[in-house]
Design a protein around this ligand. Structure first.
Ligand code: NAP
Length: 249
């Protein structure tokens, strides 16, 4: 097992990619702290599935955009498992109101809402985790390919992920040699947002992907495992795309 004895916190792991990462890390021997906000529709689903499979996990509810909540989260992580070896900053906000938006309809409130979770959340959780991590620990961030290559929509979301990419490079240098910090930049991975797409829209998304399919959450989790574990021990400050070739230039 590749994460035997490690303690991992995965933010935003009530569903989607975060949940898949939590499950894979547990299969690889980690004790996993599953994080999401209180009041999620299926609050204990991820923890239940991990425990049913014989893994070790517990949930800690916290809003990653709220400094008080994040302080409480890391206080509880310390109390429950004593420290941390891996942090995955997977919590993200990308509701459907943020797409198909004209520039003139884009509001500052949207920037504040999305940056609060994706960018400020990544900062706050990195700050909290760094205080609990020893040499050999790893932080894995989550971004998106429009932050690298641009797009005609999703301005606010892509910009917040651009901040995550900058933080990845900054934190990699600031926290070395103790802690490695890398980032996964996803293209289209099949989670809840795919259900919003009509047939025509789905076809148009797929036509932009050389592999002609959406990525699977399990493929995202495999990359997270590589970056979190010792197989990537000399890699830090990198942004690795997982996109079926969409951002290839
Ligand atoms: N799917 C894709 O195609 C794709 C592409 C590029 C990047 N990404 C990024 O990959 C990550 C996971 O995406 P996904 O598609 O799996 O998303 P998702 O299904 O919408 O899940 C998002 C997760 O973030 C949590 N979350 C949201 N706000 C939070 C907050 N303030 N505090 C704590 N947790 C919060 C949600 O939990 P609760 O709502 O239960 O709190 C949920 O667990 C995100 O960062 C996303 O931006 C995804």
């Amino acid at each position: 097992m590749r994460l035997e004895g490690k303690r991992a916190l995965v933010t935003g792991s009530s569903q989607g990619i975060g949940a898949e990462i939590a499950r894979l890390f547990s299969k690889e021997g980690a004790t996993v702290v599953v994080n999401h906000r209180a009041g999620a529709p299926h609050p204990e689903r991820t923890v239940d599935s991990i425990r049913k499979a014989g893994g070790k996990a517990f949930a800690l509810h916290a809003d990653v955009s709220d400094p008080v909540s994040v302080r409480g989260l890391f206080r509880d992580v310390k109390k429950r498992v004593g420290g941390l070896d891996i942090l995955v900053n997977a919590a993200g906000l990308a509701d459907r109101t943020l797409w198909n938006l004209k520039l003139e309809d884009t509001t500052l409130e949207m920037w504040q809402r999305v940056f609060a979770v994706d960018a400020f959340g990544t900062f706050l959780c990195t700050q909290g985790a760094a205080g609990l991590m020893k040499r050999g620990s790893s932080i894995v961030n989550v971004a998106s390919i429009p932050a690298i290559v641009g797009d005609t929509e999703g301005l606010v979301y892509a910009s917040a992920k651009g901040a995550v990419i900058s933080m990845t490079r900054m934190f990699a240098k600031m926290l070395a040699p103790e802690i490695r910090v890398n980032c996964m930049a996803f293209g289209s991975i099949e989670t809840t947002w795919v259900d919003w797409l009509g047939k025509e829209q789905a076809r148009s998304y797929l036509s932009a992907i050389p592999m002609r399919r959406f990525g699977k959450p399990s493929e995202a989790a495999d990359l997270a495992l590589f970056l979190a574990g010792d197989k990537s021990s000399f890699i830090t400050g990198q942004v690795i795309t997982l996109d079926g070739g969409e951002a290839a230039r």
